[in-house]
Structure formats: C-alpha cells, structure tokens
Ligand binder design. Structure first.
Ligand code: AMP
Ligand code: GLY
Length: 412
C-alpha cells in the first residue's frame, strides 16, 4: 500500500510513525512533511502543497488513500477534490469541515441537534454586538467566526476588553475577514479535555482522552500556544464524564451528521469543558490535535491503517480499538521566545536510542542535520503504567535532546 499524508507538524510525524507500522504499507509520501518525516521509516517528503497538484500526485503514484492532517486543506475542499476523481481521502468534505472552519456554523449545528454547549449569540452587526456587551455579565467569551490560527478566541474579563476585542475583530479586521462575524458566548468555568474520535458518519469511536496544556509557562501562565504537553488519558475524564459526553454530545453530533447528510469519514476532535453543571462542548475540530496525537497514538495498540480503512469502507461498527493500559505524557520542546518572537536555524542533537520517543515538528533536515525551523520544535513521549511513571520517563528524556534556546514546561 501507498499512502499520502498531508501536513508538516509533530502530529504528522506521529501519524506517519504509526501508519508505517502496518506491514502492508510500503511507502508513505508526506506533503510537505518535516525533518521527522524525512527520517521516518518508509517515508518520503514531497514538496507539494497545492491541492490540485496533490490530486495529480495521488493519481500518478497509485496512492491507496490520503490522510489529511491539518484543518486548512479540509476547509478548502481537499476531500471533495480527491473524491471527484475517485480517490480515497480520509477527512471530511468542505461542507462538514465547516464544523471547525466556522464557529457560527458549529454553534448553529450544536443548537439544532441539542449538543450541550455554552449559551451564545451570533453577531454580524458591530453596533448590535456593542449593545449586547453593555448588558451582559462578565467574563464573556468572544470568538471570531473563521480560522484564525488559534488566536480567534478571547476571554474578556471586562466590558472594556470586550469592546476592544470586537473593534479588533470587526472594525480593524485583524483576521482578514475571519472576524467579520462573531460568536459571543457564556464563559464556562471548569477543566478542559480533548477527546479525539474516528467516524464513518454512522459510528463514532472515541479515542483515549487527553489533557492539553495550552499556556506557555508553568502553572498555566502566559499567552496561549498550540499546546505545550499532553497527558493521556485525561485524569479528569471519569466514567460519569464519558457517559455525559456520549449521551449529550456524541449521540446528537452523529444524528446531526446523518440528518445534514455530511460525508464525514475522518476524525472529530471534541474540545470539552468539564464543569460543575456537566460536560460541555466548546468546539469541534475535524482533525487530530497537536500535540494530543503524539500521546494518543503512542497508547493505541490497534493498527491505524486498519481503522482508517474501516472508516473509509463505512465499517467502523465492526471494529474495536485496543489501548495500552497505562498513560502517556508528552512534552513539547519549544524555541525560547515562542509563541512570540523566536530564533531558528539551530542544530538539534538527539541521543542514540531514543528515536521512537521523539516526534519532530518545527525541524528540518538540512544536509543531513536536523535544524530548528519553528516555535514548537519537537515532542518527547514517555509511557508508563501510571501517569507518574510516564512523567518520570519523559522528563528524563529532556536531557537527551538539545538545541539552542530549548524551552519546555516543567509541570506537565
Ligand atoms: P475554542 O477554539 O472554541 O476551543 O477556544 C479556545 C480556548 O478558549 C478553549 O480551549 C478554552 O480554553 C477557551 N474557551 C473557549 N470557549 C470558552 C467558554 N465558553 N468558556 C470558557 N473558556 C472558553
Ligand atoms: N492542541 C489543540 C489543537 O490541536 O487544537
């Protein structure tokens, strides 16, 4: 089998590593990939990002299926393009990808199908939004409708901050159109959990839960990042939480997918808030999380290729996913200064023998050497029977990898 994998993050390195374990897989092309996928078993990076060129590549190279890592090609219709010419693509079509691509679309979907979520209002008119902010309680959450590289959500603690936010989104248009329409929603207090899942549109199988750490500094301080480390399973996801999630979020989501006639063979990532009033859905993502994937795939004992094929063939109801009975902790090693200004181009050294515990992200292979090329440079993973064991293992590894400006949280 030959697989095409689209993306270039740590998530894609972990996906490539896992796909390569299937003995029927002979080759994985990664477009465009990174330094990790350049060195990974069975993998070859190809420098293509244009969607039409990817379709041509898949046709010419007899690709069995394409796995799309990030959200952007999905919302831009990569799956539609592949399907049009009879090629298999794992990921929702553009219409269903709106569940991540448009916050207003997602909230309307949740409301229509009774998915438990925060109360909200949608605004396209600046003056009406302003009026609303005069009378609502604080804190309040303001979300830009479109994709804004993870920067489109602001928790406004005061009216003044809220006013400034809608000025930025709607008048200054800092997200180039993505903030012209906004969601203003109830602030929920609680603990977040990420639950990824695989679906064929009829059956949905949740993966092991994860606990991301979004802020850059220890103790959840400082600005938000893409994620600085993940513990899986998430210790706050109890049986009760799972029951609430299955009954009030998963079942209604699946009903919505069927009634809207979405063609959804792919991943749904549920961003949850566990509160005293129950578990709420904050957002859908239509892709795997980064760095959630790095922890979750390490714990997955089932074969990922088999799972994807079952989803593509609408046979997920015949499948059971097996998990390692223990925990995984992954820690992101970032470039000093991230998520703001940082330097890149530094040599990365990794001690022999820990290759399987390193997933590279912002790293390129240049003349045979790994060089930092992004904010989040790599993830290290530790696995153990308990969280403590996994944590101990992963922090040991942080001494075995080095690059100038190496920064990581000490409290994952
Ligand atoms: P989202 O992209 O919708 O997940 O929002 C990004 C982050 O903003 C979430 O991971 C939460 O930390 C926070 N957030 C979003 N919506 C809410 C809410 N209603 N109440 C509290 N925090 C929220
Ligand atoms: N780690 C959060 C995300 O991938 O959206």
């Amino acid at each position: 089998m030959k697989i095409l994998l689209v993306g270039s993050g740590g998530r894609e390195h972990a996906i490539a590593w896992k796909l390569a374990q299937n003995k029927n897989v002979s080759k994985i092309f990664v477009a465009p990939g990174n330094g990790g996928t350049a060195l990974e078993n069975k993998c070859e990076n190809i420098n293509i990002t244009d969607l039409n060129e990817l379709v041509e590549f898949a046709k010419e190279n007899n690709i069995d299926f394409t796995f799309v890592g990030p959200e952007e090609p999905l919302t831009n219709g990569i799956t539609d393009k592949f399907k049009k010419v009879g090629l298999k693509c794992f990921g929702p079509d553009a219409r269903a990808a709106q569940l991540e691509g448009s916050k207003t679309f997602a909230k309307e979907f949740m409301k229509k199908y009774g998915v438990k979520t925060a109360q909200y209002e949608i605004f396209t008119d600046y003056n009406l939004a302003k009026e609303y902010l005069q009378k609502c309680d604080y804190p309040i959450v303001i979300k830009a409708d479109g994709l804004a590289s993870g920067k489109g959500v602001v928790i406004a603690r005061t009216r003044e901050q809220a006013m400034n936010t809608i000025d930025d989104f709607m008048i200054l248009d800092i997200f180039k159109g993505a903030g012209k329409s906004i969601v203003i929603e109830e602030f929920l207090e609680g603990i977040e959990a990420s639950i990824l899942s695989i679906t064929d549109g009829k059956t949905l199988i949740p993966f092991i839960s994860g606990k991301d750490h979004k802020q850059i500094f220890d103790g959840d301080k400082g600005p938000n990042t893409g994620g600085m480390g993940v513990i899986a399973p998430n210790p706050f996801v109890t049986e009760d939480v799972m029951k609430d999630f299955e009954e009030n979020i998963v079942a209604n989501t699946l009903r919505g997918i069927e009634e809207e006639e979405f063609d959804f063979k792919g991943i749904i990532f549920f961003g949850l808030m566990i509160t005293k009033k129950g578990t709420y859905l904050l957002e859908y993502n239509v892709r795997m999380g980064d760095p959630e994937t790095q922890s979750i795939l390490v714990l997955m004992e089932s074969d990922l290729v088999d799972l994807i094929q079952a989803a593509l063939d609408s046979k997920l109801d015949e499948v059971k996913v097996k998990w390692y009975e223990g925990s995984c902790v992954n820690i992101v090693l970032a470039s000093k200064g991230y998520p703001e200004k940082f330097e890149k181009g530094f040599k990365i050294t990794i001690e022999e023998g820990i290759k399987n515990k390193v997933f590279l992200a912002g790293a390129q292979l240049v003349n045979g050497e790994l060089i930092t090329s992004g904010g989040r440079v790599l993830s290290l993973v530790g696995k153990g029977k308990t969280i403590e064991e996994a944590r101990k293992e992963v922090y040991k590894l942080t001494n075995m990898v080095d690059f100038k400006g190496k920064y990581f949280r000490k409290d994952i």
